[in-house]
Every structure is written in C-alpha cells, then in structure tokens.
Design a protein around this ligand. Structure first.
Ligand code: FES
Ligand code: FES
Length: 154
C-alpha cells in the first residue's frame, strides 16, 4: 500500500524521495505554489504551513515526516478566502510584494488558535519569527488583532 499524506483535505500518494523537503513536494510536485521559498534554512518563515494544526517550516520538514499527517497550506486555509485573517489582510491592505504573506497568515492562524484574544505585545512576539523584507509589520499586527476581534465576536 502506498504511503499517503492528507493535503488540504485530499489524500495524496507519496511517490518521491522521502527526504525531499515538504516545500518542494508542495510546490514542484503538487503545484501548490502559495507556500514560498525564502531562506531554506528555517530562518524566515515564508514556507510556513500547518501539520495537524501546528505551524511548521516546510523547508525543514522532510516528506517522511508528513506520512499519515494532515497538512494545510494557504490554499486550504479557507475555500474562498473567507478566513477572518484573509479578510483582515485585505481590509488592511497588508501585502506589499506579497512574498512573505502566505507564511505570515499561516503563522498567525496557528497563533490565534492558541491565543484567541491576544494583546499587541503578544502578536509582536508571536510574529517576530516571520521576516518581511518590505516591512509590513505594523499592518500585519493590526490585521491579526482585527481578525482576533472578529473571531471573538463570531
Ligand atoms: S524558507 Fe523556510 S524558513 Fe525560510
Ligand atoms: S510583503 Fe514583501 S516580503 Fe513581506
């Protein structure tokens, strides 16, 4: 029986070298190119996806580690871009070049699942591992706080 992983709700057969980084598997094999390659060494968080609901760096995660796991990428966060974080990102015009933003949103989603009513400093601390070369940090913080408020109301 072939080994599989669940990606955005679909069972996917793993027919590649299992040492391949998950990031390559997503982008090159599955054409899920929303997840970005920044540094490749775990330092920028552009490649963040969720494994069983936890944020991970897909550049450092071999495919062997995701067998039988549930992976969510930015393409699977919501079917139609209606996740509160995605809406807050749009409302606050967060992206500049956009390159880091999928990772930022996936990191923020993991953070809000653990801390649904954060203070400003909590957001700053949680998001500090995510590098944005365009310097959109203030808008990211505002969007995360807005999304948290919307999720609290819902
Ligand atoms: S590309 Fe994975 S942390 Fe930078
Ligand atoms: S928006 Fe350009 S790197 Fe973050």
């Amino acid at each position: 029986m072939s080994k599989t992983t669940n990606i955005n709700g679909k069972e996917i057969s793993i027919d590649v070298d299992e040492s391949m980084p998950l990031l390559w598997f997503l982008r090159d094999e599955l054409e899920l190119t929303g997840t970005k390659y920044g540094c490749g060494i775990g330092s920028c968080a552009a490649c963040t996806v969720h494994m069983n609901g936890q944020a991970i760096r897909s550049c450092l995660t071999p495919v062997s580690s995701v067998i039988g796991k549930k992976i969510t990428t930015i393409e699977g966060l919501s079917e139609d871009g209606s996740h509160p974080l995605q809406k807050a990102w749009l409302a606050n015009n967060v992206p500049q070049c956009g390159y880091c933003q999928a990772g930022q949103i996936m990191g923020a989603a993991d953070f809000l699942s653990k801390n649904p009513s954060p203070k400003e400093q909590d957001v700053e601390a949680a998001m500090s591992a995510h590098i944005c070369r365009c310097g959109t940090y203030q808008r990211i913080k505002k969007a995360v706080l807005d999304a948290a408020a919307e999720m609290q109301e819902a």
